[in-house]
Design a protein around this ligand. Structure first.
Ligand code: SAH
Ligand code: SF4
Ligand code: F3S
Length: 479
């Protein structure tokens, strides 16, 4: 039963797990034929794309006949899949690598590799720390792992941080690391061409490229055949998905792809992340409205509520444009859940420009926001051309104001749910009690409710919402 996978704490269903500081070890419980001698341990930090990449890495390692463990002390190979988005995301990884130094001293055969965005950004620095890592592997180099692991095993450093214009890992079947077999991530594109001035992603993940739609549809179809009920289509900017089929001459946009995935099975829920306010089209909104199984939820990061700051960020829209988009979304889908990312204290942001972010939040009423104090990233356009001149104290204070306002809005948004009957996909047991299920509504709100006989993970049920807090809803299954 080599494919039976158990996972420690990460719930890949929860979009909230986008939080960069999160990490996860993974394991297969392996027994029986083909038992491999070598065991790998992988820990993942960063966004959903990174978690999805870890599934690609697991697939490549499985081909190399590695088994997996959640016990780092049992591993012959330890990979840390890393994130560079903010300074503290990188500090965590440095600390983690230092903590592994002792293990490496005690077990000279142990191989440690850094994967992902930090590998790309810090290749030289990682290698200079002689004793810390044996491999440095960028996000486009995972096919090269057999060579790199073998080189590292032979005492050389295994290094490949080449970024590709083509790599989409299209035909590599990810090894699903989730526990419940209900929900899966499907990467539809890689890289990003937007060059938001604060952002390191275009440098760590390279040029934007879209995966061919047929391989995406095939992967989703396989998931359905294996009992999955929800896919989240992933990309840094899904709205700029475009694929030109050389054979048929057909062009496929994101709206077209959404439709193709939605048509696979009416019981397959379709989610996606992340949308970009400048690129999300009305066609996408109408496609969402047309199909019951495309979840009515959009994560639409605004970053700032002030047009001058948005321009400095090179976001490609103004405050008014963003507010119009929100209006359009609500016209077409009045019940759509909307969340955002917000950065406080970007270069030269004044108090009154910060107030604009708060007033935009009030105008929109986001159901949820991920909020961050600006963290300058070396070599980004902002680091090169602008001064990181808002004091740490102001960044933090502004962040606190944004968080407090969001908490009020989240609470109100949840209160509005009370009395409503929502279709929920049962995802797992509640963390607090095995007498309760939990699952999400179409609008991406987590609901906890008492179990009912005959229902299990992966089933849909109608739940009447009875209680709410700023984080979760409680409810009862209605017959
Ligand atoms: N591609 C997605 C998100 C990428 S990173 C998008 O464009 O929305 C996720 C979030 O991290 C960003 O939306 C932004 O809010 C935040 N972020 C990125 N770089 C940052 C930085 N240098 N400092 C603080 N927050 C940052
Ligand atoms: Fe970064 Fe902007 Fe690309 Fe998002 S769209 S990944 S914020 S450059
Ligand atoms: Fe982090 Fe790289 Fe994702 S920088 S947010 S892991 S794309």
């Amino acid at each position: 039963m080599r494919d039976k996978i158990t996972q420690k704490t990460f719930n890949p269903l929860a979009l909230e797990k986008k939080i960069e500081e999160d990490k996860q070890g993974m394991a297969y419980s392996g027994e029986g034929e083909g038992e491999s001698e070598r065991l790998a341990y992988i820990e993942t930090y960063g966004c959903q794309m990174n978690f999805s990449d870890t599934e690609i890495v697991a697939s490549v390692l499985k081909e190399m006949n590695y088994g997996f463990t959640t016990e780092e002390s049992l591993a012959d190979l330890i990979f840390i899949n890393t994130c560079s988005i903010r300074e503290n995301a990188e500090s965590k990884v440095w600390n983690r690598l230092r903590s592994l130094r002792q293990a490496k001293k005690q077990r000279p055969d142990l191989l440690v590799g850094v994967l992902g965005c930090m590998a790309e950004r810090l290749k030289v620095k990682l290698l200079e720390q002689e004793k810390l890592v044996d491999m440095v592997v960028g996000p486009d180099a995972y096919r090269d792992l057999p060579r790199l692991v073998s080189e590292a095993g032979g005492g050389q450093k295994g290094v490949n941080v080449l970024l590709s214009r083509e790599e989409t890992y299209a035909e590599i079947a990810p090894v699903r690391l989730n526990t419940n077999g209900v929900s899966a991530f499907v990467t539809i594109m890689r890289g990003c061409d937007n060059m938001c001035t604060f952002c390191v992603v275009p440098f760590t993940r390279g040029r934007e490229r879209s995966r061919d739609w047929q391989s995406i549809v095939n992967e989703c179809r396989d998931l359905v055949e294996n009992g999955y009920k929800e896919v989240t289509l992933l990309g840094q900017n899904v709205d700029s998905y475009k694929y030109h089929d050389e054979e048929t001459g057909e062009n496929c946009s994101f709206a077209g792809l959404l439709e193709k995935v939605a048509l696979i099975h009416p019981d397959l829920r379709v989610r996606f992340s992340t949308s970009h306010p400048k690129d999300i089209t009305e066609e996408v909104l109408y496609t969402m409205a047309k199909y019951e199984n495309i979840c009515k939820y959009i994560h639409l990061p605004v970053q700032s509520g002030n047009s001058r700051i948005l321009e400095l960020m090179h976001r490609g829209y103004t405050r008014e444009w963003y507010l119009n988009k929100i209006k359009k979304i609500r016209e077409i889908m009045p019940d759509c859940g909307i969340s955002s990312d917000i950065i406080t204290g970007f270069c030269s942001e004044t108090e009154s420009e910060h107030e604009d972010t708060l007033s935009l939040m009030k105008a929109v009423n986001f159901d949820y926001s991920f909020t961050f104090a600006y963290s300058e990233r070396p070599n980004t356009p902002a680091a090169k051309r602008m001064k990181d001149d808002v004091s740490e104290e102001s960044k933090k204070r502004r962040l606190q104001a944004v968080i407090e306002l969001q908490n009020i809005h989240s609470k109100e948004s949840n209160l509005r749910e009370i009395g409503k009957i929502r279709k929920v996909l049962i995802e797992s047991n509640s963390k607090r009690s095995t007498n309760d299920f939990c699952g999400r509504t179409d609008q991406n709100k987590m609901v906890v409710f008492p179990k009912k006989e005959g229902l299990n993970f992966g089933d849909y049920c109608l739940v009447k919402i009875t209680e709410s807090s700023s984080a979760t809803l409680k409810g009862e299954i209605c017959v």
